[in-house]
Write a protein that binds this ligand. Structure first.
Ligand SMILES: [Zn+2]
Length: 476
């Protein structure tokens, strides 16, 4: 339920903090822990203001919005970082404050004592998570104060954004910034052994070029064009990926790399990349990948929404209503008349070839469109209508603020997006489209960024950091 607060942001924060549901359950209440929001905590989003309130080891994320003439705030529960009473709990704070924090600033933001802050920061520096950078004259008494920032040379992350026909691999720093990247062709139907060997070789190549040893790899992330069981980190009955069903991906990669592996659905990784890079404050975003296949990824209140089993948003294999042809075409998944069987890149290449213009892949199909082939143009418009119809169902159900199109076919921005946009606006409820934005991705590799961010979240989570600290230096 939205809470009502005074209009002035500062009084609104004070009111928000004192009436925050969590404030009633915290062990200790530290009044001095309530800090004035710094610039990074204070973000203007359209007509609303988003504020992170650091309060008694927790960061409360509020969105203030003027509704019906009154200033109201929603507590955004999924964005709450629950700070633990440990050194690792400071890491999210340092990730948020990219320019670093002094010990005094850390005290102010957390409400911790100078001794506690010193102990924790020292432990984090010793374990390589933080590095002490420049000194600033920030201290009240004029003494130079040491600034601490996240240590970006602590190790590296490796990611492979894997599509049906190409893979984009990258070497990233522990905060998810891409350092080296490469892209090459692949055929996902060759099976896991072959593909994972190829990816491992690409990783080796990246490490060699950057002069980084294998034992510096903190984590590996892989996205795949199929349904992923998030708990087991395996692909489940993928329509096109022969041999991948229930294959132990982590076990295969462990032959070459002694680090944890994360597996994610491609559209989810792309959605997260788009959200973090381009729309970091939107309450709900849908990413529609239209390449060889069709799939979507959902970001709700900052997190990937996977559903109960990881199948959320899989519109590619939903049977299409009101089919445009008499006989429903067979889909790669074995069923007839799926959205993808009409509108996926492979289906478009199939239909164009049948019409006498050979196209073996989605890229060859796109070449025909670009050279002005009328049949190809017509097929794109038909596909855009079908995908737009499927996406409008998601728009009505999820009410996203932004729908982003990506994948090879999204490059046909003017034709595909214009048609899909008309269909989505025409088929969605007025309230759902009032503030809806539909755009093509502006990123060259949203999947790579998304995977890198996902891994950065994992290696820098309070729990992961504390686990490393207790293993390497049992101090407290
Ligand atoms: Zn299907």
């Amino acid at each position: 339920m939205p809470l009502e607060f005074p209009e002035h942001p500062v009084s609104a924060i004070a009111a928000a903090v004192t009436t925050a549901p969590a404030a009633r359950t915290v062990r200790r209440v530290r009044k001095r822990a309530i800090s004035a929001p710094s610039m990074s905590d204070f973000v203007q989003v359209g007509q609303s203001v988003r504020i992170n309130v650091h309060y008694d080891f927790q960061v409360h994320n509020y969105e203030f919005e003027k509704r019906n003439g009154r200033c109201q705030a929603d507590l955004m529960p999924s964005n709450n970082v629950w700070l633990r009473d440990t050194p690792g709990a400071l890491i999210p704070l340092f990730r948020e404050h990219r320019d670093g924090l002094t010990k005094s600033e850390t005290m102010r933001l957390t409400g911790l004592s100078r001794t506690a802050v010193s102990q924790r920061i020292d432990a984090l520096v010793e374990a390589g998570y933080l590095t002490s950078g420049s000194t600033t004259a920030g201290d009240v008494r004029g003494r130079p104060a040491e600034r601490f920032t996240m240590h970006v040379r602590r190790g590296v992350l490796l990611v492979a954004d894997t599509g049906a026909t190409e893979v984009r691999t990258a070497l990233c720093d522990p905060l998810g910034a891409v350092l080296e990247e490469q892209c090459g062709p692949l055929d996902i139907t060759e099976g896991p052994e072959q593909i994972l060997s190829l990816i491992a070789a690409r990783f080796d190549d990246l490490l060699q070029r950057a002069g980084v040893a294998h034992d510096r790899v903190l984590r590996i992330g892989l996205s795949l064009p199929g349904p992923v069981d998030h708990d087991r980190q395996r692909v489940v009955r993928p329509p096109i990926m022969t041999g991948w069903d229930d294959y132990d991906i982590a076990e295969r990669l462990a032959r070459d790399f002694a680090c944890p592996v994360t597996v994610e659905k491609d559209a989810n990784a792309m959605a997260l990349g788009e959200y973090r890079q381009v729309y970091p404050h939107t309450p709900a975003l849908v990413f529609v990948k239209i390449g060889t296949g069709v799939g979507t990824g959902l970001i709700i209140h900052g997190d990937i929404y996977r559903g109960a089993d990881g199948a959320a948003g899989d519109i590619g294999h939903v049977p299409l209503h009101g089919q445009p042809t008499d006989k429903a075409p067979q889909c790669r998944c074995g069923n007839d008349g799926c959205v993808e069987a009409y509108a996926g890149g492979w289906a478009l290449a199939r239909d164009l070839s049948a019409a006498g213009f050979p196209a073996r892949s989605v890229n060859e199909f796109i070449d025909h469109v670009r050279s002005g082939n009328r049949m190809a143009l017509q097929l794109v418009k038909q596909a855009a209508t079908i995908v737009g119809t499927a996406v409008s169902d998601i728009v009505n159900m999820v009410n996203p603020r932004i729908v982003v199109f990506g994948g090879q076919l999204a490059e046909l921005d003017d034709i595909l997006l214009a048609t899909a946009r008309n269909v989505i606006y025409g088929r969605s409820l007025p309230l759902a489209t009032r503030n809806l934005r539909i755009a093509a991705t502006t990123l060259s590799a949203p999947g790579v960024h998304g995977l890198a961010q996902l891994l950065a979240d994992q290696v820098n989570s309070a729990a992961a950091v504390d686990a490393i600290l207790t293993k390497t230096a049992p101090r407290e």
